[in-house]
Ligand binder design. Sequence first.
Ligand SMILES: CC(C)(COP(=O)(O)OP(=O)(O)OC[C@H]1O[C@@H](n2cnc3c(N)ncnc32)[C@H](O)[C@@H]1OP(=O)(O)O)[C@@H](O)C(=O)NCCC(=O)NCCS
Length: 194
Amino acid sequence: MTTHEEPGARSAMQARLEHVRRNVAAAGAASASLGAGAEIAPLPSSDVATVCAIDAASFDAGWSESKYLACAGRREAYVLRVAAPDASHDEPARIGAAFVVTPHDDHVVLARLAVAAEYRRLGLATRAVRWALAFAEARGAARVTLHVREGNAEARALYERLGFSIDARLDGFYGRGSPEAALCLSRRCGAADR
Ligand SMILES: CC(C)(COP(=O)(O)OP(=O)(O)OC[C@H]1O[C@@H](n2cnc3c(N)ncnc32)[C@H](O)[C@@H]1OP(=O)(O)O)[C@@H](O)C(=O)NCCC(=O)NCCS
């Protein structure tokens, strides 16, 4: 809390975070019973601009709307919705996270996993990665693979915690302008969860 925040504002924020945590936990229960998960859905073209904004705030080089539209057209882009704490029953849930899953012969590539800043550290990315593993397994894929910047400690902690391991380190992966290496991570589908 900054010194400028009112005590009331702090408790409102705590109540909001508590609401989101409950919402995420409930969504997890729904996922378990509904398989694909009720709260994760293909990205509709009407939400591409919102997802682009989350993407641009999350990555050095954001994806364009046309890239997301192309992925949405192939049903490879997904959003994770979270009900707003102050929402009425008929208000649509907000987009908390987005990601892209691209099926290949024997594996699925997970990319552009991004959580909106106000929803971070609430388990949304964990939910998305678990969903991607189930998505891959349902398609008969053996593994989920992804690239992560070597210096992205937050994302590396997330994936390590979910059982991903490093397959390779690629210098120059992000182009001449970026000296940082990429790590190729993967996890077997159906492996014991952590
Ligand atoms: C990385 C990112 C996806 C994590 O999303 P998230 O919803 O906040 O992650 P979760 O709440 O599911 O966190 C799961 C675990 O990941 C690790 N983690 C996540 N954020 C972390 C942080 N800021 N610092 C340290 N560890 C972190 C922790 O182990 C965490 O478990 P814990 O909260 O019980 O300690 C999010 O920070 C993000 O969108 N970053 C920018 C985009 C990006 O880097 N995407 C990954 C591309 S490969």
